[in-house]
Design a protein around this ligand. Structure first.
Ligand code: S3P
Length: 450
């Protein structure tokens, strides 16, 4: 699954007045991937509403179909999945094309690691440069045989995997704070005899734990001085579920910052997931002076959700606590944009992981912000942004999005309050996580030049 074929689609957004209105954002990407995977392993019919229909999630759907699950979308927008049962995945006929999606790749490697399956994973240029050693090591210890392509200092796609059946249960301490690595091991543990344990010294998003327990897997989470200890009992039987996917806080981050930086704006973003392992950006923006109010806090399908009222604000630079990084790891590019409009410096550190996302997000953001006239200092593990103080930033640059949806959306938002247009060279990657991004901003009053 690759982005729409054909020519690059440049994008430039502007705002001639305040943003106003009431919008929703698409379903949570992490929960959407997991809904399809766990539904495909349950016996019976799982129903999912609010599924993110972006390219990354569709890559997961295609892979689960290729391994035997029946997955269909009804006209109502509800998705129905008939699973094959844990241990029942079938040999896919061809290579699994993961497109741009690291989550699909790493989690599916985990699933296949404990099934008698031989599979090949391929992806686009961005995904093919990302490190896979972090999952190859633990899944290898569980018995899977994995052959990757050597990249510069890392193991990359394309890669071949031969699952082990039975796989060997394992206790593994995560060397990097990664929900994808944690989830890959827990998913491998589903079809592994005995107890598989992951110890995470730093907490990462906990959707896998919540959803595995919701589907009926025996899973325990305890806190210890070493961190969170998560244990799953293998050869599980999963029961089908009815899932309501909340709006993705990582997508809500874009209209949130748009409203904060465009003078006079006052918007509501409905139905946003505020799981504490994901909601770090809200408290950081509030600490910078952002007027963000949580309304109608509630629990939907086991996940906390709220409506967000966001108003234009005078922002002040802060030192962002590095220990909060996992709870906002995907939001740093748009936080750097907010920081560009703040008074004073915003210092962000502890972000080594940003260098191995869909692009090297520290470097790509530093170069793009500089090109738009915003002073910043690139650090090995972070970025210092010297804010412009709330006035329109100079802008006037074309940004290479590097096949990175969040870079494309971040600079499109920056352009909403720039003296000269900011053009993103190719908006197609936005389809991976946020179909409807441009129409949503147009609904709020922005103008798009495409
Ligand atoms: C994700 C985990 C994070 C995040 C990614 C989605 C997940 O990656 O950046 O967008 O769904 O588990 P890491 O596990 O590499 O931090």
């Amino acid at each position: 699954m690759t982005h729409a074929p054909g020519h690059p689609q440049p994008l430039s957004l502007s705002a001639t007045g305040p943003l106003a209105g009431d919008v929703t954002v698409p379903g949570d990407k992490s929960i959407s991937h997991r809904s399809l995977m766990l539904g495909a392993l349950a016996v019976g019919e799982t129903r999912v509403s609010g599924l993110l229909e972006g390219e990354d999630v569709l890559a997961t759907a295609a892979a689960m179909r290729a391994m035997g699950a029946q997955i269909m979308r009804r006209d109502t927008g509800e998705w129905r999945i008939h699973g094959v049962g844990v241990g029942g995945l079938l040999q896919p006929a061809g290579a699994l094309d993961m497109g741009n999606s690291g989550t699909s790749t790493r989690l599916l490697m985990g699933l296949i690691a404990s099934h008698p399956i031989t599979a090949t994973f391929v992806g686009d240029a961005s995904l093919s440069g990302r490190p896979m050693g972090r999952v190859i090591t633990p899944l290898g210890l569980m018995g899977a045989s994995i052959t990757a392509t050597p990249g510069p200092g890392r193991q990359t796609l394309p890669l071949g995997i031969i699952g082990a059946c039975p796989a060997i249960a394992l206790t593994y301490t995560l060397p990097v704070a990664s929900a994808q690595v944690k989830s890959a091991i827990l998913l491998a543990g589903l079809n592994t005899p005995g107890e598989t344990t992951v110890i995470e010294p730093i907490a990462t998003r906990d959707h896998s734990e919540r959803m595995l327990a919701g589907f009926g897997a025996k899973l325990t989470v305890t806190k210890s001085p070493q961190g969170r200890i998560i244990t799953i009992t293998g050869e599980a039987e999963l029961k089908p579920q009815t899932i309501v996917v909340p709006g993705d806080p990582s997508s809500a981050a874009f209209p949130m910052v748009a409203a904060l930086i465009v003078p006079g704006s006052d918007i509501i973003i409905r139905n946003v997931g505020i799981n504490p392992t994901r909601a770090g950006l809200i408290s950081v923006l509030q600490a910078m002076g952002g007027d963000i109010v949580l309304l109608n806090e509630r629990v939907v399908g086991g996940e906390p959700v709220a409506d967000l009222n966001v108003r234009h604000s005078t922002l002040t630079g802060i030192e962002v606590p590095p220990e909060g990084a996992p709870s906002m790891i995907d939001e740093y590019p748009i936080l750097f944009v907010a920081a560009a409009f703040a008074q004073g410096r915003t210092i962000c550190q502890g972000l080594e992981e940003l260098r191995v996302k869909e692009s090297d997000r520290i470097n790509v953001m530093a170069r793009g912000l500089s090109a738009c006239g915003i002073a910043c200092e690139e650090l090995p593990d972070g970025l210092i942004v010297h804010g412009h103080g709330g006035d329109p930033v100079p802008g006037g640059a074309t940004i290479a999005a590097q096949l990175d949806h969040r870079i494309a959306m971040s600079f499109a938002v920056l352009g909403l309050n720039a003296a000269r247009p900011v053009t993103v060279d190719d908006a197609r990657p936005i389809q991976t996580s946020f179909p409807g991004f441009v129409p949503m901003l147009e609904q709020l009053g922005a103008t798009a030049a495409r």
